[in-house]
Design a protein around this ligand. Structure first.
Ligand code: NAP
Length: 492
């Protein structure tokens, strides 16, 4: 929580310090014809600034820069690549306050949370600065003794990175860190709602010593039309995407044309299981994190609270009490804990999911309606006895709403948890070791939080299964997404 008031002058200064042109080949330049589009403050709906609106030709210019920088960048010593990342980590950390305020202004989350994201985002750069010098291969003798087998790792090559608005910096550094470490060049296309954080990061990467052309940033209000030609360009070698399953599916289809290497971090519908033997107070604290981080606008947000019938009433009433105490408001105001949703369609979607559940018989224990008449605020909400046919149990809510559903046995809990096309993360609270192991083994997700409401960690492999995508970001696995294996057979 922040306790000091942020002035309008400081807000304007932070926004004004960001380059808003297309970042191509190390310079900030206007889009063809000087086209721009507005960036809004979701707490007021007002325009913060305008950024360059790229044409397909501008995007091709960014790919040209990535292609011409690729060879030299791949030859740059790993230690040098690592040290650039390390310097960028230091710069981000030193400027955390400005970066956090910028993120809050364009995205809405409270400044304290934005500061948490800046630290998390910078940590990917530090982690991969350490991985850059640990790229290794293998040497062996062929079983028949006739040759030697050398296995080496080489950078995949020019990569397109498309990122969402909900974590404007971290979803970028989770890709940029390993790509820089591996020796890939890249073009980043941030979400049109939150382009400013990525432009600020591009300038920091340059200041840290990243050569021109290695990282370009392209913003556009016509993502499909502008990214399409780049995805079909045979010079592009990889597409990595974080965003909705719907758009991800379309991008996988498009990337089939050039058979690109593809990584997909897509939507989720995380179940949060509270078993009969759980420490209910710990589960409520974990639920607050799993639900309310980022106002519920996270792919990892707990979407369904599956609670054993013995503890369901206690859990739901304690959760409702904690949710009701949260302070909703503009993210720059002192002590605010819940900011606005990102835009009006998001607010409308959350409202209609809640209304649908209530119409189907759910009981409102906390919240249940929008807040205020300006900006896109929704009250932290807890719903009990949510019927199985409520749409919010199947769709990503992407808002501060916790539906509670009862179960009677561990088998039923696992079956309900797995009854979703998504498989990003599941959370489970239990004090029983056998139950914990059974859940870790049988929950069909890429990640499991056991007695923990947050799983994200730069040192761990983040990613999903089923409609939540494929590929892993972070951990020792993260750099593999940017490396190809090359085998050399040697006879001597
Ligand atoms: P989105 O609508 O899929 O957009 C994501 C990005 O894709 C944005 O940069 C968007 O640009 C771009 N885009 C949209 N249509 C495109 C197209 N036809 N061609 C190329 N690019 C296109 O998702 P979002 O609403 O920003 O983000 C929320 C979603 O992301 C949720 O489903 C959430 O679960 C998921 N997410 C997943 C993870 C994970 O790691 N698994 C992490 C965070 C978020 P515009 O902004 O210009 O539309």
């Amino acid at each position: 929580m922040t306790t000091t008031r942020i002035t309008a002058e400081r807000e304007a200064a932070v926004v004004g310090s960001v380059p808003t042109g297309l970042w191509i080949d190390g310079t900030s330049r206007p889009a063809t014809g000087g086209a721009t589009f507005p960036v809004h403050d979701p707490s007021t709906g007002e325009v913060l600034t305008e950024v360059a609106d790229a044409s397909p030709e501008d995007a091709t210019g960014a790919l040209d820069a990535a292609v011409s920088a690729q060879k030299q960048w791949a030859r740059t010593p790993p230690r040098e690549r690592g040290e650039i990342l390390r310097r960028a980590f230091e710069l981000m950390s030193a400027r955390a306050d400005d970066l956090a305020l910028l993120m809050t202004l364009e995205m809405g989350k409270p400044v304290a949370e934005s500061r948490g994201e800046v630290a998390y985002a910078a940590e990917f750069l530090r982690w991969f600065s350490e991985e850059a010098v640990r790229i290794a291969g293998r040497w062996s003798v062929a079983p028949d003794g006739a040759s030697r087998l050398l296995t080496m790792k080489v950078p995949v090559g020019p990569t397109l990175m498309i990122t969402p608005w909900n974590f404007p910096l971290a979803m970028g550094t989770r890709k940029i860190g390993p790509a820089v470490a591996a020796g890939c060049t890249m073009v980043v296309k941030p979400a049109s709602q939150t382009p400013l954080s990525m432009y600020a990061l591009a300038a920091i990467m340059q200041e840290a010593g990243l050569p021109d052309g290695v990282l370009s940033v392209v913003t556009t209000s016509r993502s499909g039309a502008v990214m399409g030609p780049m995805i079909s360009d045979p010079r592009l070698r990889k597409l990595t995407f974080t965003g909705s399953t719907e758009v991800g599916r379309r991008l996988v289809e498009q990337s089939a044309e050039q058979l690109l290497r593809v990584s997909m971090e897509l939507g989720g519908n995380a179940p949060f299981l509270v078993m009969a033997d759980a420490d209910v107070d710990a589960a409520v604290s974990g639920a607050m994190l799993a639900k309310m981080r980022n106002m519920g606008e996270a792919c990892t947000a707990a979407n369904r609270f599956l609670v054993h019938e013995k503890v369901a009433d206690e859990f739901a009433s304690k959760l409702a009490a904690r949710m009701s105490q949260l302070r909703v408001g503009r993210g720059t105001e002192p002590d605010v804990q819940v900011g606005p949703l990102v835009d009006e369609p998001s607010l409308n979607k959350v409202s209609s999911l809640v209304q649908g559940a209530v119409d189907a018989g759910a009981k409102v224990l906390a919240g249940g309606e929008p807040v205020g008449s300006r900006g896109w605020f929704y009250a932290p909400t807890v719903l009990a006895d949510v019927p199985d046919n409520a749409a919010m149990l199947e769709e990503e809510i992407f808002g501060p709403v916790a539906p509670v559903v009862r179960f009677a046995s561990t088998e039923e809990a696992i079956a309900r948890a797995n009854d979703s096309p998504y498989g990003l993360v599941a959370y489970a609270y239990t004090r029983d070791l056998s139950t914990a192991l059974q859940l870790a083994e049988e929950l069909d997700t890429g990640m499991v939080g056991l007695n923990r409401g947050v799983v994200s960690n730069p040192a761990a492999p983040f990613g999903g299964v089923k409609h939540s995508g494929f590929g892993r970001e972070g951990g020792t696995e993260g750099i593999e997404e940017y490396l190809e294996t090359r085998y050399v057979g040697i006879e001597a």
